[in-house]
Design a protein around this ligand. Structure first.
Ligand SMILES: Nc1ncnc2c1ncn2[C@@H]1O[C@H](COP(=O)(O)OP(=O)(O)OP(=O)(O)O)[C@@H](O)[C@H]1O
Ligand SMILES: Cc1ncc(COP(=O)(O)O)c(N)n1
Length: 275
């Protein structure tokens, strides 16, 4: 019998398959981790945008988490689209009930690349007060970090100050993603553990096909944590995973296409490197 590490994503469904739960499960699979999911919302979505958002009832989110918590304890967990304060409170309660605090990565998804609201404005405060204090790590992009801290982030010093403020809200690790800063030739992410700032950068790829980059990146971090890797190792691998996925992005759909979840694994396998 094969034993396998398990990761759980608590997120929304993207019918187009590039972001949300679909991106998370593909990433878990590629990194050799058994994927499980609890749906918070359905979206009707494709590369052209979000055509509809259909949130789950909070009790159906609770029921999914109970099914998983009572039988399939995850080694690591991530959240993505949570939509409302009611759903956030249910998730926070289940994280406490099952003792998942040290395993929880929060991707504070707020707005889709096409502009659709994936987190209601009324839910931002619940995210800060109910969920952030329970988390191991948070992976905001720059606009999300601005929303959570109330700061404007322009300089490197601003990023470090935002990371300090986010750290005071509870997460042990802050992973501030720099994909939205298109001013330089590099895509620069920052990892902060409350003591040191570690920058991780890669060449910025000129492409519009970046649908689901944040979901894929945080899923890769979560998969690596499920495998028992340290946080710096997990972020390093996630950066390599998303870089490959954007470089080899897929030419499907008429709009902003998804990344290629096979790319990192294909490269490693072709070089004979174990994943
Ligand atoms: N054009 C690019 N070239 C290289 N890396 C990129 C590019 N865009 C984003 N990244 C990387 O992808 C990861 C996700 O960053 P990003 O800031 O895009 O997240 P996000 O906005 O949350 O994504 P999403 O909008 O899909 O939720 C980060 O590691 C970032 O550095
Ligand atoms: C269900 C779901 N979750 C997350 C995203 C964010 O991804 P992006 O910002 O690339 O649109 C999304 N579009 N849909």
């Amino acid at each position: 019998m094969t034993s396998i590490r398990k990761a759980l994503t608590i997120a929304g469904s993207d019918s187009g398959g590039g972001a949300g739960i679909q991106a998370d499960l593909k990433t878990f699979q590629e990194l050799g981790v058994y994927g499980m999911s609890a749906l918070t919302a359905l979206t009707a979505q494709n590369t052209l945008g979000v055509q509809g958002v259909y949130p789950m009832e909070p009790e159906t989110v609770a029921a999914q988490l109970d099914s998983i918590g009572s039988d399939l304890p995850p080694d690591a967990i991530k959240t993505g689209m949570l939509f409302s304060s009611d759903i956030i409170r249910v998730v926070a309660g289940k994280v406490q009930q099952y003792g998942w605090q040290q395993k929880l990565v929060i991707d504070p998804v707020m707005v889709a690349k096409g502009g659709s609201q994936l987190l209601l404005q009324e839910a931002v405060q619940a995210l800060i007060t109910s969920l952030l204090p329970l988390s191991l790590a948070i992976t905001p992009n720059l606009p999300e970090a601005e929303m959570l801290t109330g700061m404007t982030i322009e300089s490197r010093e601003d990023r470090e100050q935002a990371a300090r403020l986010l750290h005071q809200m509870g997460p042990e690790y802050i992973i501030l993603k720099g994909g939205h800063d298109s001013s330089g030739d590099e895509a620069v992410d920052l990892l902060y553990d409350g003591r040191e700032f570690q920058y991780m950068s890669s060449p910025r790829i000129a492409t519009k096909h970046t649908h689901g980059t944040g979901c894929t990146f945080s899923a890769a971090v979560t998969a690596c944590l499920a495998l028992g890797r340290s946080m710096p190792e997990a972020v390093h691998t996630a950066k390599a995973f998303i870089q490959a996925a954007i470089e080899d992005s897929l030419n499907i759909g008429a709009g902003q296409g998804p990344t290629n979840h096979f790319a990192y694994g294909n490269r490693m396998r072709s070089r004979g490197i174990p994943l």
